[in-house]
Write a protein that binds this ligand. Structure first.
Ligand code: ZN
Length: 283
């Protein structure tokens, strides 16, 4: 949001440039007195100082003030996290909703936020078969929200496998450190979307039994979702899609991925593939 939304003016999920979207205008006003009051360069500098995978060991250590490295680290972390706290509070106030979902995916941000006073952080750890992730990361995909020509990053198979290992291992450590974490498999979600969202809603502490009126089935097992306009600041290009879409398991990798690449990813990610139940049956 900071760079692509505020600085670059990329499109919100509603189709408006970020700065023209009424929802985000209100959020910026409420959080900072307007987005023009936010120093995005400052935030990107702070991010480089604290919100990186290489700082995970430091972020995982207890707030050991007195440790020299921690003494330099902590003020930058506090300032960085404050930008998020103010943004989340403003989203809560403007939307009138009880839960704010940050759909960003890097484990390091969750580690940054984990000890913030006033934040009730709960992490949904969404996993997907590493071979499917590596296949997806090998494809060249345009980013439709960008004004200029821009593509999603791609990674070679081994690199994708190591990224998958890092992010998933980190979120397991986060859970071990006491942050409430719910692990959900993408493959289970597409088979049973309502049941899976029900688990997530309960985990988020939403009161009562939530009704998912936007989900339905044409026949048993064939689910669809009715998507309205959303104000998502960045993310998967599907966020621009509205109307009724089928929810289907994307199996493309099983036939389209080169066997050699598949073997590489299977080997490199074997321990967590087993742990998450992906190697029952054929691999
Ligand atoms: Zn919008």
């Amino acid at each position: 949001m900071w760079v692509r939304g505020i600085r670059d003016g990329e499109r919100c999920g509603c189709g408006q440039p970020f700065g023209s979207c009424p929802f985000w205008q209100q959020v910026g006003q409420s959080a900072f007195g307007g987005w023009d009051q936010v120093d995005v360069d400052r935030i990107t500098r702070l991010r480089a100082q604290v919100d990186r995978a290489r700082f995970l060991p430091l972020l995982a250590s207890a707030s050991a003030r007195g440790v020299a490295s921690r003494d330099r680290f902590q003020p930058a972390l506090d300032e960085y996290v404050d930008y998020y706290r103010r943004t989340y509070s403003a989203i809560e106030a403007v939307s009138g909703r009880p839960v704010v979902i940050d759909s960003s995916k890097h484990a390091s941000l969750a580690f940054c936020l984990r000890n913030s006073p006033g934040l009730d952080l709960r992490v949904v750890h969404m996993v997907r078969d590493s071979r499917a992730v590596a296949y997806s990361w090998s494809k060249v995909v345009q980013r439709p929200e960008a004004a200029a020509e821009s593509q999603m990053p791609t990674y070679p198979a081994a690199s994708a496998a190591m990224r998958w290992n890092l992010q998933n291992s980190a979120l397991q450590v986060l859970s071990g450190l006491g942050t409430p974490t719910l692990r959900v498999r993408y493959e289970d979600f597409v088979l049973a979307p309502a049941a899976t969202l029900g688990r997530i809603a309960a985990f988020a502490g939403l009161p009562g039994g939530p009704e998912f009126g936007f989900l339905g089935t044409d026949e048993p097992g064939r689910w669809w979702a009715d998507l309205g306009v959303t104000h998502t600041a960045s993310g998967n290009r599907m966020r621009f899609t509205t109307g009724r879409i089928p929810i289907r398991h994307d199996h493309a990798w099983q036939t389209a991925m080169l066997a050699s690449k598949r073997r590489t990813v299977t080997t490199l990610t074997l321990p967590l593939l087993v742990r998450y139940g992906y190697l029952r049956g054929a691999s």
